[in-house]
Structures are given as C-alpha cells and as structure tokens.
Design a protein around this ligand. Structure first.
Ligand code: FES
Length: 99
C-alpha cells in the first residue's frame, strides 16, 4: 500500500489516544503519539485483540486483551502478552496415619 488515505485530522485523535477507522473494509488503529499519527493493523498478532481499543503507552499501543505492546513506528512486538497462568509451584504433602 503506497497511497495515503486521509481518515482524520490530528485534532480528532487526542495525544496519547488511539482510534479505529475502516479503510476499504480493513480496520485500522490510528494512534496519536506526541502529536504524530501512526497507523497499525487493528488486529493483535497474539489472539486477534482490537488494538484500536487499546492504550498508547510511550511509543507503543497496548492490546486491551492481554497487554502485548506494538511499536507504532514499525509494528513490531515490544512486549509479550501477560500470562494468564500462575507460576508452576511444587508442593509436598505427608500422609499421616493414626494408630
Ligand atoms: S489478543 Fe492481544 S495480547 Fe492477547
């Protein structure tokens, strides 16, 4: 995609926020980072979360589902999703008998 498509004015997306737009049937997340707008696919690579409903954290957009963060300039993953599992723990129990 070499063409630019106007979807909003900078003033339409407050600094530090992200919005979703549909361009030719494709959902796009547009983030305002420091007064500059950056477009990312509105689809988290982890499990399909809507990045346009996420939050701007520094120069990343954080997925609202599990917290993966994507660089607004490159689209690369900068932080992996939060684990939903607890850490593995070990336990021992002693059987006691009476009598
Ligand atoms: S769907 Fe985005 S971090 Fe899981």
């Amino acid at each position: 995609m070499a063409d630019f498509v106007r979807v909003a004015a900078v003033a339409d997306i407050p600094a530090g926020e992200v919005r979703t737009f549909t361009i030719d049937g494709t959902s796009v997340a547009v983030a305002n980072v420091g007064g500059q707008l950056f477009a990312l696919a509105d689809l988290c690579t982890h499990d399909g979360g809507p990045l346009g409903e996420g939050e701007v954290v520094g120069d990343t957009v954080e997925c609202p589902r599990h917290g993966a963060r994507f660089d607004v300039r490159t689209g690369r993953v900068r932080a992996l999703p939060r684990s939903s599992r607890s850490r593995l723990t070990r336990s021992k129990s002693k059987a006691t008998t009476c009598g």
